[in-house]
Design a protein around this ligand. Structure first.
Ligand SMILES: *[C@@H]1O[C@H](CO)[C@@H](O)[C@H](O)[C@H]1NC(C)=O
Ligand SMILES: *[C@@H]1O[C@H](CO)[C@@H](O)[C@H](O)[C@H]1NC(C)=O
Ligand SMILES: *[C@@H]1O[C@H](CO)[C@@H](O)[C@H](O)[C@H]1NC(C)=O
Ligand SMILES: *[C@@H]1O[C@H](CO)[C@@H](O)[C@H](O)[C@H]1NC(C)=O
Length: 301
């Protein structure tokens, strides 16, 4: 089926064709089962079914092949293709899930900097900070699923998805899990809630982590209007708006980072110090990673 063209003439034509089609055959045609994405994609992080792990180490990866991870370990060792039984909502039918893992070796040393010994982290970067996702109205999509073989330890704080400004001084928004450990964090929030935070670390949406279902999130960032709006659904259900468009400082450009960033306990200097248990083997499964252009209020649900 062709991509929809929103001129009224073609909408009328589609309506007419749909009428004819439903008169001819009322059964859904499996060949017609197609992507639920209906807006132009600005950056595509979906991984096709035939994609090889080693390709993540090359410039053919949809993500940055170098960052953000232990630079001595290749992405093809950090990532795997988990058996998720079902594809996530925006991956079906042609794309598959990926899992980002961390262990005791997951220590990032930025160029010219000191090793970030406080964190255990591996984060895929989609975009370079000056691309199509940095202008206008953009919706960031991600789906998550848990790996029972590699559970997270929610007495730690995980900042797993974030949009970091180009000068690395802030995140316009982030997606966290576990116990929020920073000074002044809202302590009443359960650790097993996913939390969407704005630039000032206000929690604007929470939802419980499910053990074996896909959970789908989307966030519309209206860059010129300085607002954020969150969408959510479970399983294969269509996304629903779960917040209004809330005010936020969206300036500063940046990149979509997707993975695991586990903060230490017992410190305020989280980057370099604190406690991390040894012998960890943790993972987070992702699917349906893409950024779409939401001009004209287009959002794929
Ligand atoms: C990472 O992958 C590249 C390209 O395949 C290879 O040349 C290199 O040896 C690998 N590095 C490690 C640490 O495995
Ligand atoms: C962590 O995983 C990487 C990638 O599989 C592996 O190279 C490394 O040896 C592991 N480190 C530990 C401490 O198990
Ligand atoms: C970033 O990506 C865009 C789109 O691929 C490209 O046009 C631009 O030159 C890149 N910028 C940098 C600094 O690499
Ligand atoms: C979770 O992390 C805490 C703090 O690092 C540690 O004491 C505890 O043993 C961990 N629990 C599990 C189940 O790994």
């Amino acid at each position: 089926m062709a991509r929809h063209n929103h001129s009224s003439a073609s909408l009328l034509k589609l309506g007419f064709l749909a009428l004819v089609a439903s008169a001819v055959a009322r059964k859904p045609n499996p060949k017609c089962q197609k992507s639920t994405i209906k807006c132009p994609i600005s950056l595509d992080g979906r991984v096709s079914n035939d994609f090889a792990l080693e390709t993540f180490d090359t410039n053919d990866s949809p993500f940055n092949p170098e960052y953000t991870k232990n630079l001595d370990i290749n992405w093809s060792e950090i990532l795997n293709f988990p058996d998720t039984e079902t594809s996530s909502r925006f991956d079906a039918p042609d794309h598959k899930a990926i899992e980002v893992t961390i262990n005791d070796s997951s220590i990032f040393t930025p160029g010219g900097g000191d090793p970030q010994n406080g964190f255990r982290r591996a984060g895929l970067l989609l975009g370079n900070g000056s691309d199509a996702s940095n202008v206008g109205i953009q919706t960031f999509h991600w789906s998550v699923k848990q790996d029972p073989q590699r559970p997270l330890n929610l007495t730690h704080e995980y900042m797993n998805i974030f949009h970091e400004t180009n000068d690395y001084s802030a995140n316009q928004w982030s997606f966290s899990l576990g116990k929020l450990l920073w000074e002044g964090a809202p302590s009443q929030l359960d650790e097993d809630l996913y939390k969407v935070l704005d630039r000032e670390n206000n929690v604007i949406f929470t939802t419980e982590v499910l053990e074996d279902e896909w959970q789908n999130f989307a966030l519309t960032m209206d860059i010129p209007e300085n607002t954020l709006k969150v969408y959510y659904s479970q399983g294969n259900n269509p996304l629903k708006a779960v917040t209004e468009a809330v005010g936020n400082d969206n300036t500063g450009g940046g990149q979509f980072q997707i993975g695991l960033l586990k903060k230490p306990t017992g410190t305020s200097n989280v980057v370099f110090e604190g406690y991390q248990e040894s012998g960890i083997d943790e993972g987070q499964i992702y699917g349906g990673l893409f950024i779409e252009n939401s001009a004209g209020a287009c959002v794929s649900l």
